[in-house]
Design a protein around this ligand. Structure first.
Ligand code: SF4
Length: 461
C-alpha cells in the first residue's frame, strides 16, 4: 500500500491564521493529504506566516532554514518534501522568497488557498510557483468544507472568518496592504458553516476578522447585514452555546452591535477593543480615526447594557513622536477603563507603512522602559479583575484535558482560563464552577455540583 501523503501546517500570528491553516488542511484533504503534527514526517510543509511582529520576515527565513534541513534529510532517504510559504509575509515578499531561498517551492497569498490542490499538483511536476494575486473569485466559495472528523479533532471551540481585510490604514499597520480591502461573507454562508460545526460537536464560535465589527455581509433579504444582525442569526443555531467576535475597531462599535450584547444570552460579555494609545495626538498620528473620548464613549455604551463586560485591548508605546505626556495619557486611560488584560507592543517600523518614514522615532530604550511600565499597570488591573472572581460561581465551558491527570481546562464567559479537576466526560459541558483561587494566567475552580456525565448531549459525541 502506498504511504498516505502528509501535510504539516505551521501557523504564526493571529487567530485568522489559525483558521486559515485549518482551511488549508481541509482544502488538501480531498487531494489525499492527511495532517501530521511532525514536520520531519511531512511531504508538504506549509508555513502560514504573520507580518505584524517585529523582524517577522527575518524569522520566516530562519524558519525556512530549519525546514530545509528536514527537506534535505527526506531527500537523502529518497523522499520528496515540498515547502510552501503562505500568509502575510508571502503576500508582502512574493517572488523574493524563492529568489532568496531555493528550498521553497510555493509562495501563496492569503486570498488563494482554495487553489492549493491545483498548485500542489503543479509542484509535483517540478515547477516553482508564486501566487499572490488578489483573485476575482471568493476563496470561501470554493474552499472545501472541513470533514466532521477534522472538526471533532479541533475541539469544541471554533473560529469562523466572517470578514477579511481593512480599509482603515492605520499608519503603523501592514494589514491593508497584505490582506486587501474589507470583504464580508454572506450571512447564510456563515450560518451554514456554523451549523456544520455545531452538528460536529462545536459549542463555542468566535467570529473573526481584521475589522470584524465592520462586517457588512449580504443578508437573506438582499440587504447588507451588520455584525449585530449576523450574531442574532447565529444565536439561533441549535447547539451553539457561546458566541464571541474579534478584533473590533472603536469606530465600528455601532448601536446594533451594542444592543446584541443586551439581547443575546449566547453573546459573551467580553470585547477585545484595541485603542493603541490614550493620547489624541498619537491617535491622530496613527490615523486611528477616533479620539480618546470616542473610545471611552463606546465603552460607556457597552457597559450601559452589560455592566459585567470584560474589556481587553492592544497598545503600542513609543510610536514616532510619543512624549512622556502622551504616554502618561495612555496610563491614565488604562486606569480609567480598568482592562481585564491587554496586548502591549513597543513600536517598531514595518517597511512600506507611513509611520516607518516618520521623523522623531522614539529610542528603543525609551519605548522599552515605557512598555515595562504599561505592562506592570495592566498586570495589576488583570489581577484585580481575576481576584474579584474568587468565591464566586461562574458558568465555565469545559474545553479540553489539562496538563495534570484528571484535570480539565475551560473558559469563563469573560474568556478567563479555568483549571478544574473533573472527568473527561464533561468536556463540552457548560457548568457552574466555584472559583477557588487565581494563578498568573489562570483561575482555579471546583465543580459547584458534582457531575460525572455531560450536562447535555453534544451531536457527534
Ligand atoms: S484597523 Fe486594525 S487592521 Fe486596520 S489598519 Fe488599523 S490596526 Fe491594521
Amino acid at each position: 500500500m502506498s504511504r498516505p501523503r502528509k501535510v504539516h501546517v505551521k501557523s504564526f500570528g493571529c487567530q485568522m491564521n489559525v483558521y486559515d491553516s485549518n482551511r488549508m488542511a481541509d482544502a488538501l484533504a480531498p487531494a489525499g493529504y492527511i495532517e501530521t503534527a511532525r514536520m520531519d514526517d511531512a511531504d508538504l510543509v506549509i508555513l502560514n506566516t504573520c507580518n505584524i511582529r517585529e523582524k517577522a520576515v527575518d524569522k520566516v527565513y530562519s524558519e525556512i532554514g530549519r525546514v530545509r534541513e528536514f527537506k534535505e534529510a527526506a531527500e537523502a532517504q529518497g523522499r520528496r518534501m515540498l515547502i510552501a510559504v503562505a500568509g502575510c509575509v508571502a503576500q508582502a515578499e512574493g517572488p523574493e522568497i524563492i529568489r532568496r531561498t531555493s528550498a521553497v517551492d510555493l509562495v501563496v497569498g492569503s486570498q488563494n488557498y482554495h487553489r492549493l490542490p491545483d498548485l500542489i499538483a503543479r509542484l509535483q511536476a517540478g515547477e516553482k510557483i508564486v501566487d499572490t494575486e488578489f483573485p476575482a473569485e471568493d476563496k470561501f466559495d470554493v474552499l472545501a468544507a472541513p470533514a466532521p472528523e477534522a472538526i471533532a479533532k479541533r475541539g469544541i471551540s471554533a473560529f469562523v472568518t466572517v470578514q477579511e481585510g481593512c480599509d482603515k490604514f492605520c499608519t503603523f499597520c501592514v494589514v491593508p496592504y497584505t490582506r486587501g480591502a474589507e470583504v464580508s461573507r454572506p450571512v447564510e454562508k456563515i450560518a451554514t458553516e456554523v451549523e456544520r460545526l455545531a452538528s460536529a460537536g462545536v459549542r463555542e464560535v468566535t467570529l473573526i476578522g481584521q475589522n470584524v465589527n465592520a462586517y457588512h455581509g449580504l443578508g437573506l433579504n438582499g440587504v447588507q447585514a451588520s455584525l449585530g444582525q449576523l450574531l442574532r442569526r447565529l444565536a439561533q443555531v441549535p447547539g451553539i452555546a457561546r458566541l464571541r467576535y474579534t478584533t473590533s475597531h472603536p469606530r465600528d462599535m455601532n448601536d446594533d452591535l451594542i444592543a446584541a450584547h443586551s439581547d443575546l444570552s449566547a453573546l459573551m460579555p467580553y470585547v477585545h477593543l484595541p485603542v493603541q494609545s490614550g493620547s489624541d495626538r498619537m491617535l491622530a498620528a496613527m490615523n486611528r480615526r477616533h479620539t480618546r473620548k470616542d473610545y471611552l464613549d463606546a465603552i460607556a455604551r457597552l457597559r450601559a447594557v452589560r455592566a459585567d463586560l470584560a474589556l481587553t485591548s492592544d497598545f503600542i508605546v513609543g510610536f514616532p513622536g510619543e512624549t512622556e505626556e502622551d504616554f502618561t495619557e495612555t496610563l491614565s486611560l488604562v486606569d480609567e477603563v480598568g482592562f481585564a488584560g491587554a496586548y502591549t507592543f513597543a513600536y517598531s517600523p514595518r517597511p512600506g507603512t507611513p509611520a516607518a518614514e516618520m521623523e522623531r522615532q522614539v529610542p528603543v530604550e525609551v519605548s522599552t522602559e515605557r512598555l515595562y511600565r504599561l505592562q506592570a499597570l495592566i498586570t495589576r488591573h488583570q489581577r484585580t479583575f481575576n481576584d474579584s472572581f474568587v468565591g464566586r460561581t461562574v458558568e465555565v465551558l469545559l474545553e479540553k484535558p489539562g496538563k495534570l491527570p484528571g484535570q480539565l481546562v475551560g473558559k469563563t464567559p469573560y474568556l478567563q482560563t479555568v483549571q478544574v479537576m473533573a472527568p473527561r466526560t464533561l468536556i463540552g459541558s457548560e457548568l457552574p464552577l466555584i472559583i477557588t483561587g487565581t494563578g498568573t494566567n489562570t483561575l482555579f475552580g471546583a465543580l459547584a455540583i458534582e457531575r460525572t456525565a455531560p450536562a447535555f448531549a453534544t451531536a457527534g459525541a
